[in-house]
Every structure is written in C-alpha cells, then in structure tokens.
Design a protein around this ligand. Structure first.
Ligand code: ADP
Ligand code: MG
Ligand code: MG
Ligand code: MG
Ligand code: MG
Length: 603
C-alpha cells in the first residue's frame, strides 16, 4: 500500500534525522484512525490472497533458466489494462505480485472463486510472455545469486562499485526493482546496520561435499569475515525479499474480532510454514532447512551491533532480540496476556501517547513494540502530511515490520474494516495448492469463530515451534506444541505432529475434522462441499506426509537427478529440468502423484 509515490527517497542519514518525526506523526495518524474506527462494527467477511511469481526464461542453448528482469514493464502493462485482477510490482525486477481484483466475499461459494482468480492471473501474464519464458511460483529460485542467473546477464567484478547500494558479491542491483524505493531501502538497511547483511544458512552435507565448505573467491573483506563454515553464505536483501510467498488478508467484523482472530492464528504460523515448506535450495546449494524464513529475516535485519546486544548500548535505545522480519511476539486479547511470556521490547513514549489517547493497553503495547523501529525509507516531499487524512507515517513503520501476522487498522476515510494478514506461508507451484492453503486459513477462521475454539499456547512455545518448522522435513519429523482441548478453559498442551494438528490425534479432534463439521452444519450444497473437500483433502495429505511437501519434492528431484554429484550443488542443468517439470505440472502436462492428488478424484 502507498508504495509508488514519485519523488526522491532520502538516504539513511537524512531518513534518520526524520525518524523521530515519522514516529511522532505515525502515532498521531494511528490515534486518529483508532478514534475514528474503534467502534466500527458488523463488517462482513471479505478476504483476498496475494501470490508472488517469478518470470523465468530458457536460454538459447536450452540448459539454463534465468530470471527475466521485466517485472516492472509487465506490471505497467497489466496495470494500464485495468484487468479484473490486480497487480503490484515487487522487490525484484523478475517478480510480480497478483491479487484478486475485488476481495472475495463471505460465502462458502466464494471459496471456489480463489483458484479461478489465480488461474486468470496466470493467463494474464502468460499472454505477455515470449515463447521461451514461463511464470513460476518458486518460493526461492534455486540458482538465485549464482553466476549469470538473470536476463540480461550481469557479471559482478567489483561488488562495491558494481553494486553501490548493496555491495553484494552475488545479487546484481539491476535485479532490484528499478523504482527508487527499492534500491534505497536496501542501501538504508546496509547503512543503518553499519555493513551489508549477513545470511548464513546451514548446508546439507552430502557424501562428496567439500569440507569444511566455504564459498571460494569472495572479493570483499566483509564477506570473507561473514561467511561461516558449512553454510550457504548470502549478502543481499534480494536473497530474501527476492523470494515469493503467499499471504491471506481477511476483514473482521470489528476490532475485537480482529484481535481475537490474530491471536488464534498465532499458533498456526509455524504449522503452516512447515506444511507449505518450499525452499530447500539457496544460491545453487542444497540447504539443511526447507523454508525461506530465516533467510528473509536476515536479509532485512537492520539492527546495529548495539541493538543486537553484541556491544553495550551507547547511541541506540534498545537491545532487540529479533529482526524486523520475524515472528510476532505478543497476543492482543486481554485474556491471552497470561500467554505473553516473552520479553517484549517496546517504545515507552509511544506506549504512553497511545494510552493517553485512550487506546486499550494491550493494543497500545503492540504498536509500541512496532514503534521501536526506525523508518528505513522516506520520501523527501512526503514528510509534512495532514495527519487526519493521511497515514503514510504510520504505514511506514507498520509495513516495514514484516511479521508472521499483521494487524491492519482501516485506512483513514475508507470503507475498509479491521483486517488480519496471515503471512508465513511459502508459495506453491500450482494455483490449486495456493488456493487450497488460502481456503484452509479462511475456513479455519470461520471454525474458530463458530465453535469458539481457543488455540492459544504460551507464545514462547510458538517461538520454539517456528524454529522447528524450518527444519528439513518438519512435517514428517518435528512435533509442535499445540493445545489439544481448544474447547476448554484450562489448556492441555502436547507436542503434536502436523498430521495430528490437521487431521486429529492424541486426543485432539483435528482442524480439518472441525472444518468438515462446519461444512455439514452450514448446510452447503453437495457440489460446493465436494469441491471444498478436494482442497481440504490435499492439505490433509500434505500434513500426513502422504503427499510430499514442495521442499521435499524439490530436494528429492535434485538428489535423484543423474547430474547430481552428491556434492550439495544444484547445477544449471538440474534447475533447468526442475523448472521445466514444475511448469509441466502447472500447465497440466504432467502429473506427479507424490506431490499432488488427482483432480478427477474429487470433481
Ligand atoms: P499488502 O501488500 O499491504 O499486504 P495488498 O493490497 O497487496 O496489501 O493485498 C491486500 C489483500 O487484501 C488482497 O488480497 C485484497 O484482495 C485483500 N483485501 C482488499 N480489501 C479487503 C477488505 N476490505 N477486507 C479484506 N481483505 C481485503
Ligand atoms: Mg506487500
Ligand atoms: Mg501486497
Ligand atoms: Mg508481496
Ligand atoms: Mg501482503
């Protein structure tokens, strides 16, 4: 929202000078919104998804896939045509984000609109692609950051002069969206933290992997110091913000329902991250994790050494345990305060202002937590605003707190209500899978409301679950703290597998059984019910391990590929074959029963 203001983005030094001003006015804007809308009531369910895609291209020799740097051009064309789907540019020039033209409504029939909308989106873009190009919903492009992974190609000889904004050894700046917001954001994060970002992800060690594994030929001292043995080292925001994901936003009937659903979805964030895991490869190397989460978290981690606690506080105000891209740290309902057992760093002046303005204390604490951050981009011509009509400064802080859930107040003077955004999921290759995950989340909110389910567990347990969710094959091998008696006052918390959470077990009824009950109770017609069950059955099969996660399927494709040398390396040729196969599956030219159910079985 409010992304494409034209003008000059300020550098870090100037942004920093205005940081206090932005926070001060951001709070005034938030208070206006709060006072205007806190009693707003009875909005109906409206919701929508966001899917991010990458534009891929087969090279002439037919053995390499490159990411095509034309997302901005495609966006402009699509936007100008005012199609019935909505498009947004994204961080990387090879990306596009699509959302439904209108949010879906609150009926069960609306659930069936999702996949159709996603398919229309795909068609709209595909109609504009060249013969040798395709649109792939890779969570992480396997060769991102490898030599000549973009089209046009760029060779980085001197990271500092070739990539003045990021100093990256691997990610050419021409792959960053050319709108000035994006390179400046990258540079400001680097300047704020004092050096370029450092990302180290454990490598999957195989029989022939060189040990200790180190990236050869690093050109800068910073990189040489930052890289860790037996890790995949990355050094740019693009390694995280250049990944794709699936997000779902829904409107609640009131501020109270929004807080309630936000809280109830917190325990679901690690579960859905594990089930949707789709990122086993980074920078051409097999990783020992299955998700993008810690990569993207580190890729925008703007904390200084003082804030990280590695040197004593002197110039900065807070020691901050997590990146601004991270899991949420607190529940919003009064009754769930007993589960807020993690230390929450807050901006005390912000909290005081919000309390003085009459905001409920728990919500005041939530926003005071977001307001520990500095703005990292700012437009020189958009500093003085009408705080009653605009909310840019609030949105500036809010929208650069990239957390697993986002509590979205209504925009000022708009018909839109209080919303919650569910953000942890990895994107899948097919529209069917992405629709299924979106539908699952929205139905879950209906079930929670209808049966008064309470899924909350101490938030430190959710934090532990987030760590487990990233592990290789978390769906098969990890257990997650989960509440098995959501219909009782005193929680019984056990460690459950994803299968048990989704399908039931160990005394827990299971989320999909609740959803099936909901479909029965709501008297859906048979045809709609059947179609919805098709999506739910898919989620059920993924959770039980009867179908592979996308990450497991990709990893298996690589390790069984004839060219794989058991050295952890995912070559251009392997990536080519993987991409072609993924596109064949998306286009319906190929079916893999280990990844997807047969559609004919349910329609
Ligand atoms: P952001 O990138 O800030 O999360 P987007 O505009 O890209 O926001 O996506 C917002 C999502 O919210 C879309 O899926 C859209 O369909 C959905 N949406 C739009 N209006 C409403 C509304 N009134 N209630 C709920 N969801 C909405
Ligand atoms: Mg966004
Ligand atoms: Mg968006
Ligand atoms: Mg996006
Ligand atoms: Mg979003």
């Amino acid at each position: 929202m409010g992304l494409l203001v034209v003008g000059e983005p300020l550098n870090w030094e100037d942004t920093k000078k205005h940081a206090e001003y932005v926070r001060e006015h951001g709070l005034i804007q938030l208070i206006h919104i709060y006072n205007q809308y806190k009693d707003r009531c009875c909005d109906t369910l409206k919701w929508g998804d966001e899917v991010e895609y990458m534009i891929c291209r087969k090279d002439e020799a037919g053995n390499k896939i490159q990411l095509v740097l034309k997302g901005e051009d495609l966006f402009e064309e699509l936007d100008a045509e005012q199609q019935d789907e909505l498009w947004r540019p994204e961080y990387a020039s090879y990306m596009l984000e699509g959302t439904p033209g209108q949010p879906y409504g609150g009926t069960l029939n609306d659930l069936l609109k999702v996949e159709r909308s996603m398919l229309r989106r795909r068609k709209q873009v595909e109609a504009k692609l060249e013969e040798n190009e395709c649109l792939v919903a890779y969570s992480t492009f396997p060769r991102l950051g490898c030599e000549k992974f973009t089209f046009p190609e760029f060779v980085i000889e001197n990271p500092e002069t070739d990539n003045p904004f990021t100093h990256s050894e691997f990610f050419p700046e021409r792959a960053i969206n050319r709108h000035p917001r994006f390179p400046t954001l990258s540079q400001n994060i680097r300047h704020r933290r004092g050096r370029k970002v450092e990302i180290n992800i454990p490598l999957m060690i195989d029989e022939n992997t060189t040990r200790p594994f180190r990236t050869e030929g690093l050109k800068t001292k910073d990189s040489q110091t930052a890289q860790m043995d037996d890790h995949i080292y990355m050094d740019a925001m693009g390694f995280g913000m250049g990944n794709s994901c699936l997000q779902v936003t829904f409107q609640a009937s009131s501020i109270c329902e929004a807080k309630h659903l936000y809280d109830q979805l917190i325990p679901m964030t690690p579960i859905m991250l594990a089930i949707s895991a789709a990122s086993p490869i980074f920078r051409g190397l097999l990783a020992d994790v299955d998700t993008r989460w810690s990569v993207i978290s580190a890729s925008v981690d703007c904390r200084t050494d003082e804030e990280k606690g590695s040197v004593p506080l002197k110039n900065d105000k807070y020691v901050i345990p997590k990146s601004r891209y991270a899991s949420v740290s607190s529940y919003l309902m009064n009754e769930n305060q007993k589960y807020n057992d993690m230390k929450l760093v807050i901006n005390p002046e912000a909290e005081k202002k919000l309390l003085d303005a009459g905001m409920d204390p728990v919500l005041a604490t939530h926003f005071a937590h977001l307001f520990i951050r500095d703005p990292v981009t700012l437009w020189g011509n958009k500093i003085e605003l009408d705080d009653e009509k605009e909310s840019d400064h609030f949105e500036n802080i809010q929208s650069t707190n990239w957390q697993t859930l986002r509590f979205k107040p209504p925009p000022p003077n708009s018909p839109i209500g209080w919303r919650v955004e569910f953000r942890p999921m990895e994107v899948q290759f097919t529209e069917f899978e992405n629709a299924a995950h979106s539908i699952f989340i929205v139905l879950l909110t209906r079930v929670i409301l209808s049966y008064h389910l309470n899924l909350t567990v101490p938030i430190s347990k959710v934090e532990e679950n987030m760590k487990r969710a990233e592990h290789r094959d978390a769906v098969l091998k990890q257990k997650f703290y989960f509440r098995t008696n959501p219909d009782e006052e005193t929680p019984k918390i056990h460690e459950l597998s994803c299968d048990e959470v989704i399908n039931g077990g160990r005394g827990f009824f299971g989320l999909i059984p609740y959803m099936k009950k909901y479909l029965d109770d709501s008297g859906t017609d048979i045809k709609t019910r059947c179609k919805i069950l098709c999506y739910l059955d898919f989620v059920s099969l993924r959770a039980s391990g009867k179908l592979k996660t996308t990450a497991n399927w990709m990893r298996n494709f690589v390790t069984t590929h004839p060219d794989y040398k058991k050295d952890s390396v995912v070559s251009d040729k392997i990536t080519f074959d993987l991409t072609v196969l993924a596109d064949d599956i998306v286009q319906g030219r190929h079916h893999d029963p280990t990844l997807l159910p047969r559609r004919e079985d349910c329609f």
